[in-house]
Design a protein around this ligand. Structure first.
Ligand code: UDP
Ligand code: MG
Length: 314
């Protein structure tokens, strides 16, 4: 039997939280009857600085039932940091922690399979969605394309796995040694090693409320993923630099030849073009370099990735 803790990041989830809690309560009852989890297993909600009634609901749930516990972060730190705070706090109490979204789009019946894999000796069990029918075409296209780009960039991520996974105490303790401030969990977890397994499930539609991942947050996460896992964009700049140097040699020869032939004034178009092209390339290159330097700057400051304001039913 496993002492299982669930960690659920919540940002403005007042519309789904009560249903989620009820569903998970029943799930836990079922798991206990099946003797998969111990009686002191818990469900922990992380309030990621919500502006609505999320924390009030969590407090009420915790007062009613010791099964639930709640962590309140001092401000909105984003999904990844909220998850991180849950994993790092709960690792001291649990044998294994499963992270799952508050909207229960991920199939909670996969939890049984995760626990069985864990009992068979896996330290990390990844939940992988078998299809993306509940997503819009746009999200499916961009998400799957993104996983492929990440792969090309040399980052090892599990295709179509988001943040629904089980991690053992041992894996979490190893993970705690990864001190980076720029967190992209699904890229870092595979670096831990240990025996891992994959289970597949079908992802459903959100129960209520809207996605808390705005396009802006999604792009930010995507960019975080690339820049915190790969330095290939910088190499790409180097390649571009070498290429334009070669091209400019060609242009040098061309201008000298034109000068000798006496048709130099005609070169205005090509001049304009190259100024713009090179200017653009330089700005792009500087931008990408700046991005990485910015990351280094943030990392060197060792700022806390989250701050816990309150922990109830600890
Ligand atoms: N979330 C969070 N902080 C944020 C944004 C989202 O903790 O700043 C949580 C949110 O409450 C949910 C999970 O992250 O539990 C995933 O968000 P959502 O379901 O809105 O994303 P989607 O499934 O649309 O990708
Ligand atoms: Mg969702």
């Amino acid at each position: 039997m496993t002492k299982l803790y669930l960690t659920i990041p919540c940002y403005n989830e007042e519309l789904v939280l009560n249903d989620t809690a009820a569903t998970l309560y029943n799930k836990y009852k079922e798991l206990k009857e099946k003797s998969l989890i111990t009686d002191d297993s818990r469900i922990c909600f992380i309030d990621d600085g919500s502006e609505d009634k999320t924390w009030d609901i969590i407090k009420r749930l915790c007062n009613k039932n010791q099964l639930f516990c709640g962590i309140k972060l001092s401000k909105n730190k984003g999904h990844q940091n909220a998850l991180l705070s849950g994993l790092m706090t709960l690792k001291d109490y649990a044998d294994a922690v499963i992270s799952i979204d508050a909207d229960l789009q991920d199939d909670i019946n996969a939890i049984d399979k995760m626990l069985i894999e864990y009992e068979k000796g896996a330290d990390i069990v990844y939940g992988v969605r078998n299809k993306r029918t509940s997503d819009t075409f746009f999200k499916r296209f961009t998400a799957e394309g993104y996983y492929k780009i990440l792969d090309k960039m040399g980052a090892k991520v599990i295709f179509n796995h988001a943040d629904f996974r089980l991690m053992s105490k041992r894996a979490l303790e190893a993970f705690a040694e990864f001190k980076e401030v720029n967190v992209f969990l699904r890229g870092i977890v595979p670096m831990i090693g240990f025996k891992s397994e994959i289970i597949t499930y079908e992802r459903l539609e959100r129960m209520a409320g809207e996605s808390k991942y705005s396009l802006k947050k999604m792009l930010a996460l995507a960019w975080e993923g690339i820049t915190s896992l790969s330095i290939r964009p910088i190499r790409f700049i180097l390649g571009l630099g070498i290429l334009s140097l070669l091209v400019s040699f060609g242009i040098l020869i061309y201008t000298i030849v034109s000068l000798i032939c006496g048709v130099a004034v005609a070169g205005w178009t090509s001049l304009m073009l190259s100024i713009w092209l090179l200017g653009g390339l330089q700005l792009l290159a500087m931008g990408i370099l700046g991005e990485y330097i910015g990351k280094v700057y943030l990392e060197t400051k060792h700022r806390p990735r989250y701050i816990i304001e309150e922990f109830i039913n600890q």
